[in-house]
Write a protein that binds this ligand. Structure first.
Ligand code: ADP
Ligand code: MG
Length: 356
């Protein structure tokens, strides 16, 4: 069952289009991530779901209840939706405990008990209860904001770039903690981010936004492997894109013959591979025979666990034109050095762009 249904939502600010015809279904209990570059309309969409903005046209419903349509608008405070804005937005004049307990209807001992449980659930030490927001780190402030939103027992949780203020090490740990916490609580969640690796790791449904439009949605692995177009491919990661002729399930291209995920014949298609689908074998000391085609490593960028290499394919026109340059991702420690002659082969299928 779907918890949230967005249907053809559009919103303009004057002549500035913020959202155009956005439709999305969010399954109950899922973690849906909306990813897109800055300015693509992500915050506007979340604020609309929360009830702080209203669409020009379109409708939205939660658990079968219409929240907005042409005749009807349920105000934010009646929606039972938790919203953690980008900056956390804690009340600066209230302690951690008072922030978390702000909307709780219980009083006295029961209220203190509930605040303690909420602090524990977001891994905040009990001795922080009397601190002020400015005495907390960015990550701690985010956790207080999350606990405050969870206190309302929301039907849906909205998180706007919750990890963007944290440094890389803490980010991954916070992301895992929050994902587990929300799954355990069974809360349907929508998280917004401009960070593609965060999106791919957090989501069980991913929706990509660009210029106010939702351009593609689905399972993160499917979007990574089968993006509709080159822009989406490149937004979700590095990609090797090249022209090919498609015939009977094979792409004929500069890398030779590669199986494709699509059987339509096409004389001038673009195919995409991820750089980790290319494999290099050093040719030393004499030319090797085998599958794939020959190339020279022209650049090697070592970054620890992985290494990004640039290889130049052997020219098909006998040296008159340089061969195509490709990006290859390989294990950091065993990558061939710049200048090496290599044989390039591919793993899996190439994806034909614009044909899904
Ligand atoms: P994102 O969160 O993806 O960075 P936003 O939803 O904040 O994007 O903004 C989408 C577009 O709408 C941007 O072009 C932004 O400048 C514009 N916008 C957002 N809020 C307002 C507003 N209150 N008034 C005018 N323009 C706005
Ligand atoms: Mg935003």
């Amino acid at each position: 069952m779907n918890a949230l249904e967005l249907h053809s939502i559009s919103k303009f600010y004057g002549s500035q289009r913020a959202l155009e015809n956005v439709s999305l279904s969010v399954p109950t209990g899922s973690r849906t991530v909306i990813v897109g570059p800055s300015g693509s309309g992500k915050t506007t969409l979340l604020r609309m779901i929360a009830g702080f903005e209203f669409p020009d046209t379109g409708s939205l419903s939660l658990n079968g209840q219409t929240l907005v349509d042409e005749t009807h608008e349920v105000p934010a405070h009646q929606r039972l939706i938790g919203y953690v804005p980008q900056d956390g937005a804690l009340f600066p004049h209230m302690t951690v405990a008072a922030n978390i307990g702000f909307g709780l209807s219980t009083k006295g001992e029961a209220k203190q008990q509930r605040i303690a449980e909420l602090m524990d659930s977001v891994a905040l030490n009990a001795n922080m209860a009397n601190r002020w927001p400015h005495e907390l780190s960015g990550g701690q402030q985010q956790r207080v904001a999350l606990a405050r939103a969870l206190a309302q027992q929301p039907r849906l949780m909205l998180l706007d770039e919750p990890f963007s203020a944290l440094d890389t090490g803490l980010r991954g740990a916070m992301r895992k903690m929050v994902a587990r916490l929300l799954s355990d609580a069974g809360v349907t969640t929508i998280l917004v981010t401009h960070d593609q690796s965060e999106a791919l790791s957090f989501a069980d449904q991913l929706a990509v936004m660009r210029d106010g439009r939702l351009v593609q949605s689905g399972h993160p692995l499917d979007l990574y492997r089968y993006p509709d177009d080159e822009q989406t491919a490149l937004f979700l990661g590095d990609a090797v894109v090249m022209p090919a002729r498609i015939e009977a399930g094979w792409a004929h291209c500069d890398l030779g013959r590669i199986p494709v995920n699509n059987h339509r014949n096409n004389n001038s298609a673009q195919i995409m591979l991820r750089p980790e689908q290319l494999q290099l074998i050093s040719i030393q000391p004499s030319p090797a025979e085998g599958p794939g085609c020959r190339a020279v490593v022209t650049d090697r960028d070592f970054s620890g666990n992985t290494c990004t290499l640039t290889v130049e394919l052997q020219s098909s026109t006998d040296g008159e034109q340089p061969g195509r340059s490709l990006m290859v991702r390989s294990s950091g420690m065993y990558a061939p050095p710049a200048g090496s002659a290599v044989q390039v082969s591919t793993i899996g299928h190439a994806h034909v762009l614009g044909e899904s």
